[in-house]
Design a protein around this ligand. Structure first.
Ligand SMILES: Nc1nc2c(ncn2[C@@H]2O[C@H](COP(=O)(O)OP(=O)(O)OP(=O)(O)O)[C@@H](O)[C@H]2O)c(=O)[nH]1
Ligand SMILES: C[C@H](OP(=O)(O)O)C(=O)O
Length: 207
């Protein structure tokens, strides 16, 4: 089984622009990538980064470069793989080896780990005809794709795999549940939990 981690190098995490400047979004995105890669290694697998352009820093992991949009780049891997392929998003800052093992070890022709808001945060394609269709309600689209090819989808119900960091509100989860460098990165830059009555958010000290 291969494990592919797609990663958008330039101008990542634009939905975090309200709280991070462009340079910070690059650095935070990279911290989350490092956490995901460490979790894949910890699960006993070798992660293959699928980057939109060459990464400027050396990585112990194989890096392939494909500038095509996410869906096309991942489907090109599936077209050529000839073996099961897991795809794990690089913004799963809560991913742990144990959480990923639930995906990697799950039985099924197509295993899906949905994210909040309808996305597909991670998947494992064993069925040779399965192809991805990311963005929008991709989880629903992937279920439909399974029906079209006659594959039985299995869903991994995981809080850690279900938490992709897209919006400022998601930073709460990283501060509370992250076990890697992304949480440290936020704390080092003054991000703290802000509890106001029944609401939990984040604020940046000094702001
Ligand atoms: N290889 C590749 N990876 C991508 C591409 N778009 C997104 N990704 C990665 O896929 C994961 C989920 O995508 P998004 O949540 O949309 O990440 P993003 O595009 O940086 O975030 P936004 O700018 O807020 O949409 C992230 O880890 C991205 O790095 C792409 O076009 N190619
Ligand atoms: C990869 C994509 O992420 P989103 O754009 O939904 O955050 C998806 O989950 O389909």
């Amino acid at each position: 089984m291969r494990v592919v981690v797609p990663y958008r190098v330039r101008d990542p995490k634009t939905r975090l622009a309200p709280v991070l400047d462009p340079e910070e979004r690059v650095a935070f995105s990279r911290a989350m990538l490092d956490d995901v890669l460490a979790a894949v290694w910890g699960a006993g697998r070798v992660p293959e980064v699928l980057a939109t352009e060459p990464l400027d820093a050396d990585l112990p992991d194989p890096v392939a470069v494909d500038a095509r949009p996410l869906t096309d780049a991942v489907n090109a891997v599936l077209d050529a793989a000839g073996e099961p392929v897991a795809v794990v998003a690089a913004d799963l800052a809560l991913a742990t080896p144990a959480a990923l093992a639930r995906l990697f070890d799950a039985a099924g022709e197509v295993v899906l780990a949905p994210g909040r808001g309808g996305g597909t945060n991670a998947l494992l394609a064993r069925h040779p005809q399965f192809r991805v269709d990311y963005h929008g309600a991709s989880y629903r689209d992937h279920l439909s794709a399974c029906e079209t090819i006659g594959a039985h989808p299995v869903t991994v119900d995981s809080y850690r795999l279900g938490t992709d960091v897209d919006e400022p509100a998601d930073l709460v989860e990283v501060l509370l549940h992250g076990e890697g460098v992304a949480g440290e990165w936020l704390r080092d830059r003054g991000f703290v939990l802000a509890v106001d009555g029944g609401r939990v958010g984040v604020r940046r000290e000094g702001e």
